[in-house]
Write a protein that binds this ligand. Structure first.
Ligand code: FAD
Ligand code: SF4
Length: 519
């Protein structure tokens, strides 16, 4: 071979121009790496999903007559890092040129740049050809340290890629249907919520390999893996979403339920969400493929799927997903250090086993340990909100999010966690902190009815911890937030409370923080 091409675990894009023609001079390397399995403590399902999808991708390439080296942990055990492995392969096959696709993670990008600059042979980086925005577009659209606003970005994306547009106006005359999209799943009074489509992929050999190599993991796994690990499965999941979830996606995207979404009975735990994030982030399918499929379905089924539902879905993919990536690249590496609210408390140990009396948190954490998945509002307004209110160190919060979710890759996890949910970036991602008292959870879920705590109480032995913690959070950060017009009313309400009651609330919060391990 003359050319060695590296395919990373999250670069499983069968439509990449690399694979258009078969070339006997090229060998592809797809390798299970100890460095990738160990850079944080991952969920066991996440490691299995990546390894299994990589194996399937390697085998599809071989079937298409490409030359592929698929290396398992057994083969790479003696190479501590990716560069060590690549150096040996380059020598072994007398390679004349090394080629790679641009990694989405800063850590890997730097590692490969440094490796390439020390190589004596030629190197060529390529675009991944996955996102809507390429490298150059990202650089022009996003600037370091600047507060970008998702809504403006999203509108620009709609125009730029002519998605749900009528001329230069949004289809239906409105850009945003958020106000119609905040429904709760009221008991007995909502459309049927589908059970998730689960695959049954045999991962027994992979699990054995992970154990043999003593890779530390979190979470649980059954005998088979329910996540999609081939392009065919990923496409099936897109179709399933369009058929069963899209018509209610926007309407119930913020809803949470433990009655329906029966984790322990493993029923409707993903509600109307697509669960496409792993298929997307591993690049088995592209965002354009998903968006086009969903829009096509909407156009053919506009009696069932309303514009507000398809718009809500498209916004997540061409809006949030691309926006978050832009923020990451414009602000790395500094972003990883930001802690604008000086949060330094340790993450409670019950984040690792779900052993808390707070039903909302117990539910979101147990679900995450069982399925490597929680939907956006569980991540933002349950686990994220608790960490924000309790002043947990964003480094620890991030390690938890980066490990536990099936879709967790730093480029998308970090701005969502450190920025959107913890406000540690001081407002680069969002204009406000997503801080909420128990009232928000009560309004959007059925969690509180089954909780040991009382959501209507602010003080007292049974008081919902989120209530007093919320007021403590708002008071200690008053200087930062009181000028925000959206928060003026909050501070006015606080001041309406009697001084003695305010003191009692703050005291309650301090007690909860001291006893955080027992909450
Ligand atoms: P759906 O609700 O069906 O949405 C469809 C798709 O839209 C998703 O698959 C995803 O690709 C995209 N999307 C929606 N919201 C976002 C967002 N805020 N940022 C980027 N893409 C979005 N997403 C990840 O992919 N990886 C992460 O590591 C990750 N960490 C998060 C951490 C926190 C604290 C929060 C609040 C959000 C995080 N998200 C992350 C975003 C979002 O929660 C997940 O993308 C979503 O829950 C995945 O489930 P789904 O595929 O069913 O999504
Ligand atoms: Fe969560 Fe408070 Fe409701 Fe319990 S009462 S589920 S802690 S919001």
């Amino acid at each position: 071979y003359k050319i060695l091409r590296l395919v990373l675990g999250d670069q499983l894009n069968a439509h990449h121009s690399w694979f258009k023609d078969k070339n006997d001079d090229v060998v592809y390397v797809i390798a299970e790496l100890h460095q990738e399995a160990c850079y944080t403590t991952h969920h066991i399902q996440k490691v299995c999903a990546f390894f299994c999808a990589m194996e399937n991708f390697a085998s599809a390439l071989s079937t298409a007559a490409h030359h592929v080296l698929h290396l398992t942990l057994d083969d790479t055990v003696h190479y501590r890092t990716l560069p060590e492995l690549l150096s040996v392969l380059i020598e072994r096959y007398d390679i004349k040129q090394f080629e790679y696709q641009l990694p989405d993670e800063y850590r890997l990008k730097k590692q490969l740049e440094e490796f390439s600059s020390n190589l004596k042979i030629a190197t060529k980086p390529f675009e991944t050809e996955h996102f809507y925005l390429n490298e150059n577009m990202l650089k022009t659209d996003f600037k370091a340290g600047k507060s970008h606003r998702m809504e403006a970005f999203y509108r620009k994306m709609r125009k730029r890629f002519n998605i749900l547009m009528q001329g230069d106006q949004p289809l239906g005359g409105k850009w945003n249907y958020d106000e119609q999209n905040r429904n709760k799943l009221k008991s007995g009074d909502h459309p049927k919520v589908p059970e998730p489509l689960l695959f049954q992929n045999d991962i027994s050999l992979i699990v054995a390999r992970i154990k043999r190599h003593k890779i530390k993991t979190i979470g649980r796994i059954n005998n088979s893996l329910l996540w999609p690990v081939t392009r065919t499965q990923a496409k099936e999941l897109v179709d399933y979403f369009c058929q069963h979830c899209l018509e209610n996606f926007g309407r119930f995207q913020d809803a949470m339920s433990c009655e329906l979404d029966d984790v322990f009975g493993q029923k409707q735990w993903s509600l109307v969400h697509s669960r496409l994030s792993f298929a997307l982030n591993s690049k088995m399918i592209s965002p354009a493929f998903v968006v086009n499929k969903a829009i096509d379905f909407y156009l053919k089924n506009d009696k069932r799927v309303s514009l507000s539902q398809i718009e809500g879905f498209v916004r997540q993919i061409i809006g949030w997903r691309e926006f978050i990536r832009g923020i990451y690249w414009a602000n790395m590496p500094n972003y990883a250090q930001l802690n604008s609210l000086s949060a330094h408390n340790p993450l409670p140990s019950w984040f690792w086993d779900g052993n808390t009396k707070m039903n909302c948190l117990r539910y979101a954490i147990v679900q995450s340990l069982d399925f490597a998945y929680a939907h956006h509002i569980q991540r933002l307004m349950v686990t994220g909100n608790f960490c924000l209110l309790a002043g947990i160190n964003p480094d620890e919060v991030e390690q938890w999010y980066l490990g536990i979710y099936i879709d967790a890759l730093e480029w998308v996890e970090m701005p969502n966690t450190r920025g959107m949910s913890q406000f540690a970036d001081g407002g680069i991602v969002g204009s406000k902190a997503y801080a909420a008292s128990g009232n928000y959870i009560k309004n959007m879920s059925d969690y509180c009815g089954k909780c040991d705590y009382d959501v209507t109480q602010i003080v007292g032995a049974k008081a919902c911890p989120l209530n007093s913690l919320y007021w403590r959070f708002m008071t200690i950060h008053e200087a930062k937030f009181s000028n925000n017009p959206r928060q003026k009313l909050v501070y006015a309400n606080w001041r309406k409370k009697a001084q003695s009651h305010r003191e009692e609330i703050l005291q309650q919060a301090e007690t909860y923080l001291i006893e955080v391990e027992n909450l």
